[in-house]
Design a protein around this ligand. Sequence first.
Ligand SMILES: C[S@@+](CC[C@H](N)C(=O)[O-])C[C@H]1O[C@@H](n2cnc3c(N)ncnc32)[C@H](O)[C@@H]1O
Length: 397
Amino acid sequence: MTEPLAAASRADEGEYKAQLEHKISRVKDLFQGFQLPELEIFESQRSHYRMRAEFRVWHQDDETNYIMFDTREKAGSEAKQIKVETFPVGTRLLNDLMAKLMVEIKQKPILRIKLYQTNFHTTLSGEAIITLIYHKKLDAEWSEAAEALRTQLGSLEGCSQEKPFIVGRSRKQKVELGGSAVTEQLIVDGRSFSYQQLEGSFSQPNAGVCQHMLGWARRASEDLEGDLLELYCGNGNFTVALADIFRKVLATEVAKSGVASAHENLKANAVTNAFVARLSSEEFTSAWKKERAFSRLQGTNLDTYDLQTILVDPPRAGLDPKTMELLSEFQNIIYISCNPDTLKANLQQISDSHDISKFALFDQFPYTHHIECGVLLCKQAATAAAKKRKLEGTALV
Ligand SMILES: C[S@@+](CC[C@H](N)C(=O)[O-])C[C@H]1O[C@@H](n2cnc3c(N)ncnc32)[C@H](O)[C@@H]1O
């Protein structure tokens, strides 16, 4: 997702509580028409929480700097350029790599000239990929200099690789030095899950908060019966962490790279009860309704699933009408959302048939207006029965 990173780049730690309170009020106001259970709040680290960042590189006379654009400027006026020397919201490793990379590129014209953008991707496990994007063809001399750069960067404290990976990109060209995938280790309720993350592919930007999201989703799922359908599964982030709670999991994702990583991640975590297919949510709905057969579902049989729970984690636009229709058929819905406005619009449609049992706010994007939420909804007859069972249990005591 895009976010006004420049607005968040300062990590004003004294402001953390106030900005979180503001988000809590916004969520309470926005969803006041719903019967909300107690809001669960998951805070972020105050600084050094962001695993990834992209900076444009600005060259003027003999000067070279990282820059970002302040997108808070009024519509119609040009976004203001901000020179970036440190990036307190980024991990310490990301900051160390930024600083050392700038020293090296200033000294080496072959690395500096026509360098247009640098992307940093780090992990809690101490791995890193740096992407250098150029407006020139990358030749053998560039590869040699970039390989030497890897050696320089490998000596940094906090880097668990012998040398970080470098990917050079130019028009129709990609040069991989070391590799283009890192392995993240997330700890969720004391268990460690391993995830391949590919350069340029989606991964949750705040790994600390992602651990909270996975833990919350596990707790939301623990009393649910049957099998899980997951749409928008990305690299299998939730698939891997939830698989042992359900009998079987069927997950889909539209991006080829996400599906490839999800397959790797099932293997790496010894998950044997999940099947991941490359289908958009719209395609899955057609397959489910038997309107269309997909060869990409070969290897599994939809009739063998007892799908009672659906987990969705869509992009900011929320869910399309066909997926909304599909959602309403499920007993339980776990909705992970990075846009409370589309979440509200989608919840309004299903609140006639489903009740909200759990609602969480994850502060994945501190110091920005972006809010990540998690909601568990259960079919009304089911929540009424659960309440009745609870009351009967209480009466018996
Ligand atoms: C917010 S990300 C979540 C990914 C994953 N659940 C995670 O936690 O990392 C949304 C994902 O939806 C995928 N996506 C976007 N449009 C889609 C569609 N129409 N059908 C299925 N997946 C889609 C994107 O490729 C992306 O991986």
